[in-house]
Design a protein around this ligand. Sequence first.
Ligand SMILES: [Mg+2]
Length: 185
Amino acid sequence: MISRLLPIDKFVPQAVVDSVQSIDLKALKESGVKALIFDVDNTLIPYDDRSVKPWHTTLFESLKALELQTIMLTNNHHKDVSNFAEKLATPIIMAANKPLKTGYKKALKALQLAPSEVIMVGDQFMTDLYGASRVGMATILVRPIRRKSEKWYTKILRRLERRMKSKVGRQYPALKKAFDEIHDV
Ligand SMILES: [Mg+2]
C-alpha cells in the first residue's frame, strides 16, 4: 500500500481548524509568518458555489492590514477559479500539480520568501499538506467546506488520506483528537 511508503512527518499539520475564518492571523504574524498560500477548492470555496462572499472580502482585508502576503495555489485550471482570485485581487498559480514541488516553488518565488516564512492552508492531506511539507513549509489543515460535491479523484485521495490520518493520529494523540472533531473526512 502506498500509505506505508510515505513518511509520516510530511503529514503533520501545525494546526487543524474548522474553517479559514478560524485561523488566528495575528498569532501567525507574531510568529514570523509573512505569507499564506491558500488552496482554493473546499478551502476557500466549495465546488458548487464559486462566488465571493462577504467573509472572503473581510478575510483578505484583514490579511492585507496585517501585511501578510497571499497567493492561491490550486490544481484546478478552470476560469471560475481564476475569476474568484481576481475578484479578491490575489495572485493565483493554477494547474499546480500538488503535491509536486514545482507549484510551491513557484509560489515562494513569487512571494520572494523562504519556506519557513510561509504557511500553506488547505483541506487535503495528500495534495496540500504533503506538497508543502516536502518543500519545508508548515501547514494548517481546514475542514473541507462541502464534501458532497467533491470530484471522483478527490474521493480516491480521501481514502489514502484516511490511512495517513490514522497513522499520524497514532503518533500524535492531540492531532487524532483534532482530526476526529474537526477534520472527520
Ligand atoms: Mg482543496
